[in-house]
Ligand binder design. Sequence first.
Ligand code: CP3
Length: 336
Amino acid sequence: MSRLNNCLENKKYNGIPIWFMRQAGRYLPEFIEIRKKNQDFLKLCFNQDLSTQISLQPLKRFDLDAVILFSDILVIPFGLGQNVQFEKGFGPKLEKVNLEKIIKTDKKDFLNKVSPVYEIIKKIKKKININEKSIIGFVGAPWTLLLYMINQQSPKRNFEIEKIIKDQELVKNLLKKLEEIICLHIEKQIEAGATVIQIFDSWAGLLPKKELSRYCFEPNLNIVNFVKSKKTSVICFPKDIGKEYLEFYNIVKPSCLSIDYNIDPKWVVNNFNNLPIQGGLDPKILLTDKENIKKNVEKYLEVFKDYPYIFNLGHGVLPETKPETIRFIIEIVRNS
Ligand code: CP3
């Protein structure tokens, strides 16, 4: 079994597994080259040959333990009939949510739009040895998707929680539909060959404490239980919820928690009962000098010595990162 799957299943394993969120992306010249010729980002995500190639690009260069499917969390709103576009220098732009249209979209309609994703996973599976490498499928968590759908753009730019949750009928219906479709999307990824599922709740940290249970813990729990029912390991990333990571763990009980860079790794080792932990290192550290990078990588390795740990970052690789830095980090981890 691959090093990553072994670690997730809490078995004895040989060395620390390592992969990077956004390992396929804009820091790689070979990705940029394909991207330049393919201006429509979602169309690229559904292009079977190119997306297979992009998913495998980082593994061609580096000694990684997993391939993550090249796709996006926003294929779900798209599959539900909400138009999504990615604008250069702006990010995603979504059309106004039309609840009636979304409710009317059934599983078959969704699969008609999104099924190339599963073909990409099948193609990836043919090109690697799955006893050595994991295939990571993924979804956005209901809250993070709901937020993009109602806000119509990244909350980085424009966000008021009151506006998002004002229309409770809309919120209730959307959450229900999203849960159903997220589970379908996971099921199909597993059937196609994904051996691990990661749930990105990238904007969990925007929720006030009193709303975490309803919008973050409960929906993640439902999805985690679904993944577990498919006998597949599941990594949760409820980014930026601080000490509430502990409550998340106690309620949701995923196979592994991915931590962001605001979490103190020592606190994690002391409080999470040997639950496999992933990530943590601030991606901005990768933009500094080698000595500082090494010091910070070694800090995580030291804290998580004798603990089930997956090396990764506290968020995605930044576009400004030098590919050589990724190689440098892998070397440090492999030699530890
Ligand atoms: O390598 C991998 O990690 C797999 C591919 C992947 C992408 N997006 C490709 C992508 C994954 C796992 C995602 C998840 C995703 N997408 C998240 C959750 C993780 C996170 O970053 O918090 C979110 C919030 C999105 C939505 C999204 N997609 C935004 C906000 C943007 C624009 C800003 C940005 O970060 O680039 C994207 C575009 C996107 N998704 C790119 C890539 C490689 C960049 C596309 C480009 O402009 O070339």
